[in-house]
Design a protein around this ligand. Structure first.
Ligand code: NDP
Length: 331
């Protein structure tokens, strides 16, 4: 009942770009009103993603201030706007993908919200959506990985990385992963990586060549960016796909297309949103992800659930390479 919705709420905004000191915790932000096609969600668990740090630092433009970071959360629908809300109604337990997640309440587009199956715990749903869908769409659409394919996954113990390892195992691929510590290497192996390389010490190109009989991998999934790009290109097999999907170490410098001719390589720079832009695409992939989670018993690794006030510490852990799996915020 809408009378129980308060006028103000807690949330985190930024008024300028910069370090974690620009993250401002507020207790008097206005609770948004759902517009046409939107649902108002009381968020229980908010997902942190590396992209949140890009908006905070200014690597990606926010388009104005004040700006509320965060692209996904799990929660309960407390009211609905006019128009089509895809049968979502008050009381439904949902996960959603949009903007403005670092807050108690978000008015989210119903097109990108979906009910959570009863068997999936709230924290798992919150941890899975953005990173799980990224991994799933990358291995289907950026490069459709087939059984027996050799692939390379950078930052394999990270949020997207652990989903890639698990989904690639489910597909029957042969996965080589990279990570920077012994603990991360163990975790990625447990989650399905067949071979792991400590890229803080060992040479990735020669290890990959050794493991693949000199042939290289049919696809590289590279969310690390600046520091790994060149080695990733070297690791590709002839006609392989270089899937550059992020920049945790910094943006990849411009590339000349002539470089692709050495192996007739494909170079992609996809975003999740362009794979799930329509309701139909979003719903199909989200349901498939839930099916993987319930039938294939995916391990949903949650690094820590941080109180919303401690968002700066969470960003420091993520950017300081201290985390594995998912970081969540609790408003
Ligand atoms: P992660 O949990 O993977 O964290 C990033 C990891 O990158 C770190 O844990 C670290 O692992 C590794 N890393 C390597 N070099 C650095 C560095 N210099 N600074 C910090 N980390 C470094 O984050 P996410 O799962 O949220 O995201 C992974 C990547 O995927 C990001 O680049 C993100 O932007 C991208 N992404 C892209 C999407 C898209 O639509 N294109 C959607 C979702 C994510 P280690 O210590 O093992 O090196």
């Amino acid at each position: 009942c809408s009378s129980s919705i308060p006028k103000t709420m807690k949330g985190v905004i930024i008024e300028k770009t910069g370090g974690t000191d620009v993250l401002l915790y507020k207790t008097d932000l206005p609770v948004p009103q759902p517009k046409e096609g939107e649902i108002l969600v009381k968020n229980d668990y908010i997902g942190i993603n590396y992209i949140d740090t890009y908006f905070r630092t200014g690597l990606y433009p926010t388009g104005g201030f004040p700006y509320t970071l965060g692209r996904e959360a799990e929660g309960t629908v407390v009211s609905t706007g006019s128009g089509n809300t895809f049968n979502l109604s008050t009381g439904d337990r949902v996960v959603w993908l949009a903007t403005g997640a670092y807050a108690e309440y978000t008015a989210a587009p119903a097109t990108h919200a979906i009910k959570i199956p009863d068997v999936v715990p709230e924290t798992h749903a919150a941890a899975a959506l953005l990173q799980g869908l990224t991994a799933l769409t990358l291995i289907r659409e950026a490069h459709h990985v087939q059984k027996g394919d050799w692939v390379l996954v950078h930052a394999a113990a990270g949020g997207v990385g652990l989903w890639l390892c698990q989904l690639l195992r489910a597909v029957g691929a042969k996965t080589i992963g990279t990570a920077s510590t012994a603990e991360k290497i163990e975790l990625a192996k447990k989650n399905g990586a067949d071979h792991m390389i400590d890229y803080s010490k060992d040479d990735v190109v020669s290890k990959v060549k050794e493991l693949t009989d000199g042939k290289g991998v049919v696809a590289v999934f590279d969310g690390v960016g600046k520091t790994t790009f060149d080695a990733s290109m070297e690791c590709l097999a002839r006609k392989g796909s270089m899937v550059s999907f992020g920049n945790a170490s910094g943006a990849v410098p411009p590339v000349t297309i002539a470089r692709l001719s050495a192996k007739n390589a494909k170079l992609l720079r996809p975003t999740l949103f362009n794979y799930i832009a329509t309701r139909d695409e979003f719903e199909t992939y989200a349901n498939e992800l839930f099916a993987f989670m319930t039938k294939d018993k995916m391990d949903v690794r949650i690094h820590e659930i941080y109180p919303l006030q401690e968002v700066a510490r969470a960003h420091q852990d993520l950017e300081g390479r201290k985390s594995t799996g998912k970081l969540l915020l609790k408003p």
